[in-house]
Design a protein around this ligand. Structure first.
Ligand code: ADP
Ligand code: MG
Length: 729
């Protein structure tokens, strides 16, 4: 087996960068080339069809058959011209990946000839067999069909020779089986609630959309080394491996120059992404060795999520061309930084205003504070949903480490805004406010600097930090489909804004003026949300104690966090906004429990297999060599010399024997624990049993293996070591 490791290393030493040619040196020349965007629609669609699609996009409507037929004609012409032979409905099942089933444009024509056809029917709807996708019991086998329906707000694109149509995915009975359907509902609820609140400030606001900029972190590993690590292949993380003597201590990888082979890979995937209209802008080396980040310019949330899913797919494919594997797992290597996916989130209006950016005058700033405080209140009230939306098996290895916030969701504001809120909380009164006080408040608010960006002290440890004109939700894991956190956050804010509007209206009805009513409710919200505001070091142990005092939840158990989706408050938020029915919510949580159980099960199996079939035999082999050697020493040396020489070797033999024994025992125990857990029917109980009784073996077994790695002869160690995985390229 060690041969595989050494031949892999040899392969890596011989690699050359794979250079690519772009069709132009100017990105804007090929940007969006593979997308059927508005510009191309105008060119390929009839005037009427173009008008209808635009309207559908703007108003979030769907097309009728006849309209779809019109659009399909133009779309087909464009697609065939660009070399597409197939089409697919592209959707986001609850698996964290995307799904596609290709059909060619081929059809039998009237006179038996084969012709290329693409009708409106195919464009707007399709009926893939849904039976193999997770549904959490929503779908019975006798109604295995699922329906996909075109999401007009996300443009159609071509990958290779396939025309991809972004769609939602629902069951025969109409329940969502994917991430996109509830995301669109959450965004629409947010739009409605936010527009109503904007009306207090600006009657011209008729649409509010959430924006999202996703920073994507990832690791690269050479393909040959990857294949020599079955744990990477099957679990996407290393289940064993002693820390390298040097890794990120010197912080010399962060922002350093990008290695040439990696640069070729990055340029290649960026080129594909740009042609697909994904506005990738930033690239840099991250903190850990072989860790990198890319970030696009922010877009409307639904589009940003689609683009991120597509980008991950492109990165995976492109990596193969460059003999790399890209790891999106949150913690592929123990002991060094894991990867996150910071979600930069804000709200924008049709009038071009960023609602989370301070404006120029007291009025726009009161609007800014209104939205800011409502978001804070939403994070406080819906703390459970927000945590549940980011926690899962893979992210549980990262959250609470040295590079990611713990499972306590708090908000960082920066000292300037914090004192602004304190001011409001202390000055506003429930009694009718004097004109002098109102003026004083407004003056204070008017002074908020327009460019807060540079005035916001950055807190890199906060899970949800205000960064001047947006919030940065940092707890999201690198492998996630951002729909889950975006459904949670946007639903929570939509729910909160609706409540705000009704509370303000009630006070207005009692005869107070609008500004006064707004101030009063804001004051109440500020006081209600104090516990969620935290400016200190979220990674410190003191914060855990402090959060407990504030009764701020800290649930690091994955199944227990997920269970919070079904709390009364969570249910109220997610169902009253129309995002989920209770049935959908329950089924979704069941899918998540099941996913957790299965991932732990897979990791446990892989580790058991590697421990017993790779590591133990290697350790025994080395032990045997030592035993032979010790025996031989006796023949060569005097009794006294022999004692001196053999003593450390005997100690090593003992250590080897102990670790081997421990590993064998622990693997047996782990299998027993799995057997017991496997018979449990209830999805939550099974998951929690896996978490409590199986998951701990992953670390305890690995500890012995990592010790063995330090003792056993490097020549026969079967798996590429951390220093090789992290530094060879
Ligand atoms: P940093 O690492 O300093 O946080 P990056 O440049 O890596 O910054 O990423 C910042 C991200 O925030 C980008 O994707 C950017 O487009 C996004 N962003 C900026 N303004 C907004 C906004 N109003 N809404 C959503 N995202 C935004
Ligand atoms: Mg950032």
């Amino acid at each position: 087996m060690a041969e595989l490791r050494f031949s892999a290393l040899q392969e890596v030493f011989n690699r050359e960068p794979v250079k690519i040619e772009t069709s132009s040196k100017v990105i804007s020349k090929y940007f969006g080339e593979d997308v059927f965007n508005l510009h191309k629609m105008e060119h390929y669609l009839s005037k009427e069809a173009f008008r209808v699609v635009r309207q559908a996009i703007d108003e979030g409507k769907s097309l009728n058959r006849q309209e779809a037929e019109q659009v399909a004609i133009g779309l087909k012409a464009w697609a065939i011209e660009r070399g597409a032979t197939h089409f697919t409905h592209w959707f986001h099942p609850l698996t964290d990946g995307t799904a596609e089933k290709h059909d060619s444009f081929l059809e039998t024509g009237d006179r038996g000839h084969i012709v290329e056809n693409f009708s409106g029917e195919f464009l707007v709807q399709s009926e893939p067999d849904a039976s193999s996708f997770p549904s959490g019991g929503i779908r019975n086998t006798f109604e295995a069909r699922g329906y996909t329906a075109w999401d007009v707000s996300s443009p159609v694109f071509i990958v290779g020779t396939t025309l991809c149509i972004p769609t939602i995915f629902v069951s025969y009975t109409g329940e969502a089986l994917d991430y996109k359907a509830p995301l669109l509902k959450a965004l629409s609820a947010l739009d409605k609630a936010a527009v109503a609140v904007c009306q207090y400030f600006d009657k011209d606001v008729t649409k509010v959309f959430a924006t999202l900029g996703i920073e994507q972190e990832y690791f690269l590993v050479d393909e040959a080394l990857y294949y020599a690590r079955p744990d990477l292949v099957l679990a996407e993380r290393t289940l064993m491996g002693h820390q390298a003597s040097k890794d990120q201590q010197l912080a010399d990888h962060y922002f350093s120059s990008i290695p040439e082979r990696v640069m070729c890979f990055i340029k290649d995937f960026e080129y594909t992404a740009h042609k697909l209209g994904i506005p990738v802008k930033t690239r840099h080396n991250e903190v850990a060795p072989n860790q990198f980040e890319c970030a696009p310019i922010h877009e409307e949330v639904n589009l940003a999520v689609d683009h991120n899913q597509l980008l991950m797919d492109i990165m995976k494919r492109t990596a193969r061309k460059h003999k790399f594997r890209v790891l999106f797992h949150e913690k592929p290597f123990a002991g060094i930084n894991g990867s996150g996916k910071h979600n930069n989130w804000s709200l924008s209006t049709n009038t071009g205003v960023n609602l989370l950016s301070p404006g120029k005058n007291p009025k726009t700033n009161l609007q800014f504070l209104t939205f800011l405080v409502n978001v804070i209140k939403a994070v406080n009230e819906s703390n459970d949903i927000i945590r549940a939306s980011v926690i899962n098996e893979s992210n549980s290895w990262r959250l609470g480490g040295h590079e990611a916030p713990p499972a306590i969701i708090s908000v960082f504001l920066g000292s300037y805004l914090l004192s602004m809120l304190d001011d409001i909380a202390s000055k506003v009164t429930e009694k009718k406010m004097s004109p002098a006080l109102k003026t004083e408040l407004k003056l204070g608010i008017g002074k908020i600097p327009e460019i807060l960006l540079d005035n916001t002290d950055r807190n890199r440890t906060s899970p949800f930090a205000f960064t001047g004109n947006r919030f940065e939700f940092r707890a999201v894991g690198s492998s996630a489909n951002c729909s889950a956190p975006m459904i949670a956050l946007n639903s929570a804010v939509a729910y909160q804004l609706t409540k705000f509007k009704s509370e303000v209206d009630q006070i207005i009805k009692k005869g107070r003026n609008k500004d006064e009513a707004i101030f009063q409710v804001l004051k109440k919200y500020i006081l209600d949300s104090e516990r969620v505001l935290f400016e200190g070091d979220n990674y410190s142990t003191e914060w855990h104690a402090e959060a407990a005092k504030r009764k701020l939840c800290n649930i690091s158990s994955v199944p227990d966090s997920l269970k919070c989706y079904l709390n009364d408050i969570s249910k109220e938020v997610l169902t009253s906004t129309g995002v989920f029915t209770e049935k959908e919510l329950r089924s979704r949580v069941d899918v998540e429990y099941d996913k957790f159980t299965k991932i732990v099960q897979i990791e446990a199996r892989v580790l058991g297999d590697l421990a017993i079939n790779h590591i133990v035999p290697t350790a025994i082999k080395y032990m045997t060599t030592l035993i032979e050697n010790v025996k031989g020493l006796k023949d060569v040396f005097s009794e006294e010399e022999y004692e001196k020489l053999s003593c450390p070797r005997k100690q090593n033999i003992r250590l080897l024997a102990d670790h081997i024994n421990e590993i064998q025992q622990l693997v047996r125990d782990m299998i027993e624990a799995r057997k017991k857990a496997n018979v449990i029917e209830d999805a939550y109980r099974k998951a929690i049993t896996y978490e409590k009784n199986v998951k701990p073996y992953l670390n305890s077994i690995r500890r012995h293996i990592d010790k063995l790695e330090l003792i056993v002869d490097d020549e026969i160690w079967p798996l590429p070591k951390y220093r090789e995985l992290l530094f060879t390229r």
